[in-house]
Design a protein around this ligand. Sequence first.
Ligand code: AMP
Length: 394
Amino acid sequence: MNKRTIKDIDVYDKAVLVRVDFNVPVIDGKITDDNRIVEAMATINYLLEKGAKVILMSHLGRPDGKVDKKYSLKVVSERLQELLPNNKVIMAKDVIGKDAKSKAEKLKMGQVLLIENLRFDAREEENDKEFCKELASLGEVYINDAFGTAHRKHASTYGVAKLLPNAIGFLIEKELNMICGTIEDPKRPFVGILGGAKVKDKIGIIESLLDTVDTLIIGGGMAYTFLHVLGYKIGNSLFDSTNVDVAKKLMKKAEEKGVQFLLPVDFVETPEFDDVVNYRYTKDANISDGYEGVDIGKKTIKLFSKAIKRAKTVIWNGPVGVFEKKEFAVGTYAIAKKLTKVKGTTIIGGGDSASAVINMGLANKMTHISTGGGASLKLFEGKVLPGVDVIDNI
Ligand code: AMP
């Protein structure tokens, strides 16, 4: 990698503006999963050790450009203080207002300032020039360590980087090394597993994975559009009518490239999406009229497991069923379990598949669990992340 990293930049006694991803789940005012905060600690601790004044910025949820207390980062600052018992953590009451500015000016070496939720100001997502300037005025050096938003061209992830000496932090460096390092030179067999709801969202990644993988496994709501093309009955299952031709083209490409394209051969079907009482297993890949497919069946679990067992590299993005309901999470959990047995590299794209693995307590059995769903998908697709691209080369 040729990007300047945090170790290549002088931070001693400097006000270092760090974009982190503190977009953590908060329920009833409590953080239910602090993984993203913990993942940012390597960069924060390093900066503090090197004598920097650390100014952190992040978004939380979707406050739609307006101040909304529900999305305040105050709760994050409290957790941060627990993780940094020897350093003072200060919370600003605004983003680029009077309070943030005066607290940034007064900040001392070894102290941490967290400014308020960036998305309290609509100009953040617009990458507004004035807003970028104001943000940049808070610090002297800029570090991007927010992998989860590195695929966005926002003020804090993109615009501000152009105005200050810049570098990527340890988390982004780790994510790039793990994901790009693996897909650029995979040990074979290389298996890709894709699930989730819509074909539309995954066309790019299917297309590019077909150039590199040996086997592509398709599960989740996406599978039915492909099965429809092959003449199966799909009942009321998710169907992407606008992408039928794309699905055909992708299967043709798999054939031409000699990629094994694995679709489910049986399902769990239910009359209504959220009916967890009247569900049943199908005999084959056909879904009954009046039913919809919500999980892969037992034969499919066996089929997918066989391919995974042989693999030396596996990347996975998207659940293979409606895993939010425990009755329909069997397939997704079976895949996660199987991945722990792989004698090779296992990379879990962020988002739902990462949650499934973490909820099962299998996180430490995977090679890497990405902290960014959208960003890891872009990397799987072979795309450049704007938040990384904007950082100067060494
Ligand atoms: P995505 O964001 O595209 O990865 O989609 C994740 C969502 O796909 C999850 O909320 C799952 O519940 C959903 N999903 C997975 N399988 C199915 C299915 N068979 N039918 C409907 N939704 C599904």
